[in-house]
Write a protein that binds this ligand. Structure first.
Ligand code: PEP
Ligand code: MN
Length: 359
């Protein structure tokens, strides 16, 4: 089956590439009922279900096993849609290849482990498998890229990546923090790979799914992977975050799709004009930062001669308070001003430390 999924899919098709289906395949009826209802919405491009489930704690449902692959094959036959399942070891791969599963996905708890990734790469060598790689559970771009490279090194066709958020500790808004800078950085480093957002595992609940999926669209992601169950409240895994096929239909239908170039009549010229303005303002900003650091160096020389400490708490507090007030009058949030000042201050300290400790 031809899978039409490339980076830039969204720009060309004006709709995200959508992967949907239950967190886990539980019974034949549950898989068939859910996937047929999904196909009827006409908003899904590929069906998913976990057959082997890597669960955080033992004693929970760990997947139905190879038997469930037959149900997915049946779902493909009934709907005409390609299918994807998660694989985490050689044994899973043998079963998945035997059932000619269209796309394999690598889960977050596998991407994180280079031994597992190498085992998977070795098992896929010489096959024509297509793979999607989820981000590792910890916020490491290097591990994510490393997992992709291990597959590519043995000639595997890595179609794309799935952003499902990163583990954190304590009470928080999301089950897995989206930390959007990491997928953005990945897009910049690997513009050839499609990037799909998984709002289900980021949110861990239903009410935030729409806003996360919309943010992914605003950042020009190529697709969405979302967990859908015929009876979410009674799902055997991830019950809190799964939605019904009709809620799925509404969610995908409600997304506003913005492509990279925009569609307004005068948008390109106006956009170009504003981009030129931004370019010159950025140039000005960097020139000004250069001037500020020249003065920081002069103060550093003074501190060296007079044996003055680099950091003076009262002076720093005065600077922050005064700049936050100024920022507020210009509609700049205090958090933003604080982050910028911290970056400038860190650099100033480094520069002065260099001067004070110069032999
Ligand atoms: C899943 O997609 O069901 C899954 C196990 O996700 P993750 O690897 O992102 O935890
Ligand atoms: Mn899940």
């Amino acid at each position: 089956m031809e899978i039409n999924l490339k980076r830039g899919y969204l720009d060309k098709n004006k709709k995200p590439f959508v992967i949907a289906g239950p967190c886990a395949g539980e019974t034949e009826e549950q898989v068939m009922e859910t996937t047929i209802a999904l196909a009827k919405t006409a908003k899904v491009d590929m069906l998913r279900a976990g057959i082997w489930k890597p669960r955080t704690r033992p004693g929970t449902f760990e997947g139905i096993g190879a038997e469930g692959l037959k149900w997915m094959v049946q779902a493909r036959e009934e709907t005409g849609l390609p299918i994807t399942v998660e694989v985490a070891n050689t044994n899973h791969i043998e079963h998945a290849l035997k059932h000619d599963i269209d796309v394999l996905w690598i889960g977050a708890k596998t991407t994180v482990n280079p031994f597992s990734m190498q085992e998977i790469a070795d098992a896929l060598k010489g096959t024509d498998a297509k793979v999607l790689v989820k981000n590792p559970i910890n916020p490491s771009l290097a591990l994510w890229l490393g997992a992709i490279e291990r597959l590519e090194n043995v000639g595997v066709n890595v179609l794309g990546v799935i952003h499902r958020g990163f583990s954190d500790f304590g009470n928080k808004k999301y089950r897995n923090n989206p930390t959007w800078q990491i997928p953005i950085e990945l897009m910049l480093k690997r513009p050839d790979l499609a990037i799909i957002n998984d709002p289900s595992h980021i949110c861990g609940n239903r009410h935030l799914l729409g806003s996360v999926a919309q943010k992914a669209m605003d950042l020009n992601f190529d697709g969405i992977m979302i967990e859908v169950h015929r009876d979410p409240d009674n799902a055997w895994s991830d019950a809190m975050q799964q939605i019904t096929p009709s809620a799925f239909d509404e969610l995908i239908g409600g997304l506003v799709i913005r492509n990279e170039k925009g569609i307004g009549q005068n948008a390109p010229e106006e956009l170009e004009e504003n981009r030129r303005k931004i370019d010159s303002i950025d140039e000005e900003l960097i020139n000004i930062l250069g001037k500020r650091m020249d003065i920081v160096r002069k103060i550093g020389e003074y501190k060296k001669v007079n044996n003055t400490s680099v950091f003076q708490k009262s002076r720093w507090k005065e600077i922050v308070d005064q700049r936050i007030k100024l920022g507020e009058s210009l509609d700049l949030s205090s958090g933003f001003i604080q982050r910028i000042l911290k970056a400038i201050h860190d650099e100033s300290i480094n520069i002065q430390e260099g001067i004070l400790n110069k032999k």
